[in-house]
Design a protein around this ligand. Structure first.
Ligand code: 5GP
Ligand code: ZN
Length: 112
């Protein structure tokens, strides 16, 4: 059995505040939100991170990217939002199951 936290969330073995799911992805609220809205978008398939992507994942990645805009609108982020993918230890990745952070709302700090 997988020991991956986000695989367990995707499978429903660990509870999470889910806001969307379909056959390919699950979206849930970050347990330690860094903004008014802080969602994590994950593929159901276990991929450790960006470095594991292959051409066979192209449709999945396109699906995830195109999901961001309707999710943002649903969360009231019409005026803007930030997406982050941390990759690897030095990139600040803590959970090694690919995820996109979707952040927005008031007081989003500067980033540059
Ligand atoms: P990373 O640093 O890997 O890009 O982000 C991992 C994110 O997962 C962090 O923002 C952290 O707060 C979130 N996280 C860690 N454990 C859990 C959990 O059990 N449930 C939820 N909903 N989020 C988690
Ligand atoms: Zn996983």
């Amino acid at each position: 059995m997988s020991d991956c936290l986000f695989c367990k969330i995707a499978a429903g073995e660990i509870p999470a505040d889910r806001v969307y799911e379909d056959d390919q992805v699950v979206v849930f609220r970050d347990i330690n939100p860094k903004a008014e809205v802080h969602l994590l978008i994950i593929p159901r398939e276990h991929l450790a991170g960006l470095n594991e992507l292959e051409s066979g994942h192209d449709a999945l990645i396109a699906h995830i990217m195109r999901l961001i805009q309707p999710l943002a609108v649903e969360q009231g982020l019409e005026s803007g939002y930030r997406t982050i993918i941390n990759t690897g230890k030095d990139g600040g990745q803590e959970v090694f199951h690919l995820h996109i952070h979707l952040l927005g709302g008031r007081d989003l700090p500067g980033f540059s």
